[in-house]
Ligand binder design. Structure first.
Ligand code: DAH
Length: 343
């Protein structure tokens, strides 16, 4: 019995010595298995109890239980400290240095075409216009017929586009939005509509089968050509600079009467003639006119009461002028070396 008692206290003190050396939770677990596990040292000692007398057994049994309990308590106390230490070490390792510069991807920027669209729409919003939208896949009826371009009309040739079926096509101009807006709302109407248009043009340095326009429409009582000229003058000064002059040349558009093309004094030479304006002194920027009475009445607006003006601005041409871009294809190739210049 004395042997057993000594063994128990030897195990206890060895255990405590070892426990003092333990520095991680896995080492502590190993220690537990070694001393307190089923095949552990304590169990091995208890096996020797069979040689004890019935009087001795409960005494040694009690002692063994006390030793086990003491070891378990010491172990779990040590565990608590170790786990805390390990957590602190983990957090320390994961510390984020917020003074380091962030690792970000390269920031993109607005495409030059959309910069120009934003700028132009911004000017008209400032003049009290609102933005309207229309579908890019359009009915022939809206794209042509109701703009007074019946089937077989020669003016269709320059705009003939991609047909999806006999009566559905990719819109060749933003002008159909005029009809869509007028048939749905009553004057006063003051809208601009930016968007993509499609034409069966071969891609070269000045043509693209997909390009952008901004349509404008104003319908109200007694809107005159003077209002159109004044509005466009104001717009061109804001977009191209205060010294910009405009010039109207008579033209024909089936949906406006009278119609004109609008040139601005060249931004390169101010009108003297240079390479940019091909020595003309003027650069064409948009088409415009007074909304044809038949277009108005076709949308349920009485031309005896109301009148209006409309205009269509070519976005690519404007962007190329603004930024000095000499090939329209650069605008679609998405070469970042080109796009980076418009940050
Ligand atoms: N839609 C015409 C084109 O694509 C441009 C245009 C001219 C629009 C006169 C208009 C306008 O609204 O009044 O060539």
């Amino acid at each position: 019995m004395l042997d057993l008692k000594e063994s128990l206290s030897a195990i206890h003190s060895t255990f405590m010595d070892q426990l003092n050396l333990v520095s991680s939770s896995s080492e502590a677990e190993n220690l537990r298995v070694r001393f307190l596990g089923k095949k552990g040292e304590l169990t091995a000692v208890l096996r020797g109890m069979s040689s004890l007398t019935p009087e001795e057994r409960p005494v040694v049994g009690q002692l063994a239980n006390d030793v086990r309990e003491a070891m378990e308590t010491s172990l779990s106390e040590a565990m608590l400290v170790i786990i805390e230490k390990e957590k602190a070490a983990r957090l320390n390792e994961q510390k984020i240095d917020i003074t380091l510069p962030p690792v970000t991807g390269e920031l993109g920027s607005r495409h030059p075409l959309y910069k120009v669209i934003d700028e132009i729409c911004g000017i008209f919003l400032g003049l009290g216009y609102t933005i309207a939208e229309g579908p890019e896949i359009e009915y022939d009826e809206y794209a042509f017929e109701r703009l007074r371009l019946p089937k077989g009309h020669p003016a269709r040739d320059t705009q003939d586009t991609f047909y999806i079926s006999e009566n559905i096509l990719l819109r060749p101009q933003t002008s159909p939005v005029q009809v869509r807006v007028m048939e749905k709302s009553k004057p006063p109407i003051k809208i601009v509509c930016p968007g993509k248009v499609y034409r069966a043009d071969t891609l070269d340095s000045t043509h693209s089968p997909i390009f952008h326009q901004i349509e404008g429409l104003v319908v109200d009582y007694k809107v005159t050509m003077g209002d159109l000229i004044g509005s466009l003058q104001l717009f061109c000064k804001k977009l191209f600079g205060e010294d910009t002059k405009i010039r109207l040349r008579p033209h024909h558009f089936p949906f406006t009467e009278p119609s004109c093309e609008v040139d601005i004094s060249c931004w390169g030479c101010g009108g003297k003639g240079c390479r940019i304006c091909k020595s003309e002194g003027w650069i064409e920027v948009l088409g415009a006119g007074m909304v044809h009475p038949e277009v108005l009445s076709g949308c349920g607006i009485d031309p005896e009461i109301y009148s209006g003006f409309a205009f269509g601005i070519g976005v690519e041409r404007t962007a190329m002028g603004r930024f000095g871009i000499d090939d329209i294809r650069l605008l679609y190739e998405n070469d970042v070396r080109f796009l980076r210049q418009f940050r």
